[in-house]
Design a protein around this ligand. Structure first.
Ligand code: ATP
Length: 361
């Protein structure tokens, strides 16, 4: 029994007792672009298995969003898709291609999904740099340069506005400290306040203020360039990293690769009311259609999703389903017989998913 991604457990008091448990969980599902549809159908095998074994009742509703939706409807995120998502308990999203910003960035802002939680953990028989990596990147998800406030001021000069607010920094820091409280009790705030004095300075101040409320959690700060190096040099030293939106995007990809493969890394876009779960990687067009993408990032996103549903609605069967998925992934990787090419094997996407589904008992 392993307890791999119970990172969300420490967030219970965000939701405690406020929500009535539904009979059926409506899950909106975006199959996405590139490798998205392949990893989605593989992941559905795992969801079916969990439903059979743990009796969690789900109603999966497919939602069109992304490059294909753009070419079909002229919009990457049509209103009809937004309506389905709004009427679901949660959303599971595969990677979207060139229109990614028009889909996930919009959804993050629309649902105020302010914290992007990205665990990176080394598993056996992967390409992990070390066997003892176990960290979580908590990335601010609503502001920074990713607000997309870019302008040309003349034909040869473009500028972008970096928006950092105290409130947004504080609430994401709160999430990071809560998560750390349930783990190894260490938070590393990552910024570049020696250069970006105002924006990163404000972010760092918010983190320091929150740190005062968590005396049991060790607090440190690193500049983003040092952190990038330390993630390779001694990744085992990190527990929870909290950082701004763009730094978090980059560092979490690095952390995932150091821990084995982008194809292993799930994420949760967390809000006070809603959450969206997705692999951290993109549509990987270079391997799309070959049936060799690693589905584990999406499968572990489902584990996070069930954990969140369990926490939000106080539903133990969802928590058990999440644990079962995490354990099944761990067992299949430990055996090392069914591995996709990114992990050094030759298995197909569906073979890895089937192997994982068969271990859900
Ligand atoms: P984005 O900016 O949308 O995150 P990206 O340009 O960073 O996209 P990805 O699509 O994330 O690129 O892919 C980077 C590389 O990682 C791909 O070329 C692919 O080889 C590999 N990769 C990503 N996801 C997977 C996966 N699930 N299985 C195997 N390899 C993957």
């Amino acid at each position: 029994m392993v307890d791999l991604y119970s990172v969300l457990g420490a967030l219970k008091d965000l939701y405690r007792g406020r929500y009535l448990r539904p009979d059926v969980y409506v899950i909106s599902l975006i199959p996405g672009d590139g490798i998205g549809p392949e990893v989605t159908s593989a992941t559905l095998e795992v969801i079916k298995r969990v439903v059979d074994v743990y009796g969690v009742r789900v109603d999966v509703r497919f939602v069109e969003a992304g490059d294909q939706a753009l070419s079909r409807y002229g919009q990457a995120l049509p209103q009809s898709s937004i309506d389905v998502i709004k009427n679901s308990h949660t959303c599971l999203k595969a990677p979207v291609g060139e229109t990614s910003a028009d889909v996930i960035v919009r959804l993050r802002l629309m649902f105020d999904l302010f914290a992007n939680i990205r665990p990176a953990k080394s598993y056996p028989n992967t390409q992990a740099l070390r066997s003892d990596i176990d960290l979580v990147v908590v990335r601010e998800n609503t502001e920074d340069l990713y607000k997309g406030l870019e302008f040309y001021i003349n034909v040869n000069t473009a500028i972008a506005l970096r928006v950092i607010t105290y409130e947004a920094s504080k609430r994401v820091a709160e999430v990071a400290f809560k998560i750390a409280s349930g783990r190894r009790k260490k938070v590393t705030a990552v910024h570049k306040s020696n250069v970006l004095r105002h924006t990163c300075g404000l972010f760092a101040k918010a983190c320091r203020d929150v740190a005062k409320n968590y005396p049991e959690v060790t607090y440190e700060e690193q500049y983003v360039d040092a952190c990038a190096a330390n993630l390779v040099r001694k990744p085992q030293n990190f527990d929870v990293i909290v950082t701004t939106n763009m730094f978090g995007d980059i560092l979490s990809d690095e952390a995932a690769q150091v821990a084995g493969s982008l194809g292993l890394a799930p994420s949760c876009n967390l809000g006070y009311e809603y959450a969206i779960f997705e692999p951290i990687h993109g549509a990987a067009f270079d391997i799309a259609g070959k049936g060799i993408a690693n589905p584990i990032s999406m499968i572990l996103s489902v584990a996070l999703m069930f954990e969140w549903l369990g926490i939000k609605y106080g539903d133990d069967s969802c928590i058990r389903a999440a644990e079962a998925i995490n354990n099944a992934v761990y067992r299949v990787l430990s055996e090392g017989r069914v591995l996709t090419p990114d992990l050094g094997g030759s298995a197909k996407t569906y073979e890895l998913a089937e192997a994982i589904a068969s271990k859900i008992l």
